[in-house]
Design a binder for this molecule. Structure first.
Ligand SMILES: CC(C)(COP(=O)(O)OP(=O)(O)OC[C@H]1O[C@@H](n2cnc3c(N)ncnc32)[C@H](O)[C@@H]1OP(=O)(O)O)[C@@H](O)C(=O)NCCC(=O)NCCS
Length: 160
């Protein structure tokens, strides 16, 4: 067992923003090409900035997974105002070990505590199989415009 297997999941602090940003970019670069073109992955990664993530750490219920010796290896966030799983990213060193599932469960648990009845998300094509596997259903395929690059995504939801 490696120390990625059971990283601690805790509420994020502003001081986590650099680690969150690094994990996010690495996650997109590893996971994105499994469902999207190189141009789409580039537009997706370019849209993420540390400043944007800092503002989301302040405004959303934002959770980080931190592994001993490795820092931030994943994060998720709940937007209570839209009942949305707003972020979910796992660093490549920790993919495939159950961390994505745990990060979603953390958000689901908080959403239930807040009295929300369902969780929505807009999933990238590489992640749709994962979300289906953990109980989300696909409702609609949409196209998002990210800096002039059209990117197909899937609106999904799950009853809580
Ligand atoms: C998608 C992502 C969050 C999944 O996280 P992960 O930690 O690798 O996934 P887990 O190990 O928690 O997987 C949980 C279960 O889902 C299954 N699973 C994972 N990916 C899957 C896929 N593409 N299709 C079907 N099942 C999948 C696993 O086999 C596992 O099944 P089990 O619990 O029955 O053994 C991760 O790959 C990632 O960060 N990708 C890049 C960023 C991204 O796309 N984020 C989502 C943006 S909407």
């Amino acid at each position: 067992m490696s120390d990625f297997d059971f990283p601690e999941i805790r509420p994020a602090a502003l001081a986590d923003s650099a680690g969150v940003y690094a994990a996010c970019i690495a996650s997109i670069q590893e996971g994105g090409p499994k469902g999207h073109t190189a141009a789409e992955v580039e537009a997706w990664a370019n849209r993420i900035t540390e400043a944007r993530l800092r503002s989301k750490i302040e405004s959303l219920q934002f959770y980080v997974a931190e592994a001993a010796h490795h820092g931030i290896v994943g994060f998720s966030a709940l937007d209570e105002s839209t009942s949305e799983l707003a972020y979910l990213y796992v660093h490549p060193v920790a993919m495939g070990l159950g961390l994505g599932r745990r990060l979603v469960e953390t958000v689901e648990c908080e959403a239930r505590r807040l009295g929300l009845r369902h969780l929505n998300l807009v999933g990238s094509l590489n992640a749709v199989g994962f979300y289906r596997h953990i109980g989300f259903v696909a409702n609609e395929t949409i196209v998002r415009d990210i800096d002039g690059v059209p990117i197909q995504c899937v609106k999904m939801s799950k009853q809580l």
